[in-house]
Design a protein around this ligand. Structure first.
Ligand code: ADP
Ligand code: MG
Length: 275
């Protein structure tokens, strides 16, 4: 098992042509009453096709970092670079898979998946092309039979698969996932982890996901980046050297999960509940 700590200035070792680069990205929220230092300067390089999990205690700035990569928030300092270009605002090249409540309840399943394609130049005035693409994605998440179902007719796990199909439909270069499976029971989660990995292997997307669950981190990540408590900074990184698809209940996944947790144990920083 390969655990590394960042060098003293927090920089990671340079690799050739990373897909995504975070260069000293920091975030402070300030209003008239208070200032919150959410994230210390953080540098990270992510390769094309890599699945990186950001792991850390509640409130350490994981969602904030993901929102900055998505372009919903601006860094207070530092830069986010995709393929050599600075990230400025949201774009379909970087899409977030939102939690199930972000689906539109007044649209059926296929309309939800087609929605994001409306803004894509290649699909804009082409209803049938949008529909074909949406059906392709619904097939990939094994929901083609439910294309015309209402969102409220689906189980929690099915809604998450619709959310995944919707995020993948515009073929983003980077998929961002923020604790997507908190409200699901263990069996449904285990199945979704397997499905998600199958899709990853098939599409070779670059993925950054966020979790406070060490088993989820070990099950999904090619690499896990461990953050300290707020203001977050990178404390350690490790490669998860296991074949896919991985089973969340596999003992090897558990050993990695224990190693990931142990990275936080020397301090008061223990993973808390989701925020
Ligand atoms: P995590 O996802 O790791 O649980 P967040 O990124 O959501 O943590 O939050 C990090 C810190 O920044 C928290 O203390 C949170 O209260 C604060 N924070 C997040 N978003 C905002 C905001 N829009 N305004 C003010 N404070 C915020
Ligand atoms: Mg969060």
């Amino acid at each position: 098992m390969d655990v590394t700590s960042p060098s003293s200035d927090g920089r990671q070792e340079a690799s050739p042509q990373p897909k995504l680069r975070l260069v000293n990205v920091a975030k402070t929220f300030a209003n008239a009453i208070q200032t919150v230092h959410a994230l210390n300067p953080t540098s990270l390089e992510i390769q094309e096709g890599e699945y990186v999990v950001l792991f850390g205690p509640s409130g350490c700035g994981k969602s904030t970092l993901l929102n900055m990569i998505a372009g919903f928030e601006e860094p207070s300092s530092g830069e986010i670079i995709l393929d050599g270009q600075a990230v400025e605002g949201p774009a379909n090249e970087r899409l977030m898979m939102f939690q199930e409540h972000a689906l539109f309840p007044w649209m059926n399943v296929i309309d939800n998946v087609m929605y994001g394609l409306k803004w894509e130049a290649a699909f804009r005035w082409r209803f049938l092309k949008r529909r074909r693409r949406a059906l392709e994605l619904l097939q990939m998440v094994h929901l083609e039979e439910f294309a015309r179902s209402s969102i409220h007719e689906l189980s929690g796990g099915m809604k998450q698969r619709v959310a995944l199909a919707r995020a993948l439909a515009p073929d983003p270069q980077v998929l961002l996932i923020d604790e997507p499976f908190p409200a699901l029971d263990a069996l449904v989660r285990a199945k979704l982890y397997t499905e998600l990995q199958e899709i990853l292997v098939r599409t070779r997307k670059t993925i950054v996901s966020v979790t406070h669950d060490p088993r989820e981190a070990a099950c999904l990540g090619d690499r896990v980046v461990v953050f300290t408590g707020r203001p977050g900074r990178i404390k350690a990184e490790m490669k998860i050297d296991l074949p896919r698809p991985r089973d969340i209940n596999d003992p090897q996944v558990s050993s990695y999960a224990a190693l990931i947790s142990s990275q936080l144990e020397n301090s008061d920083e223990t993973p808390g509940s989701q925020t």
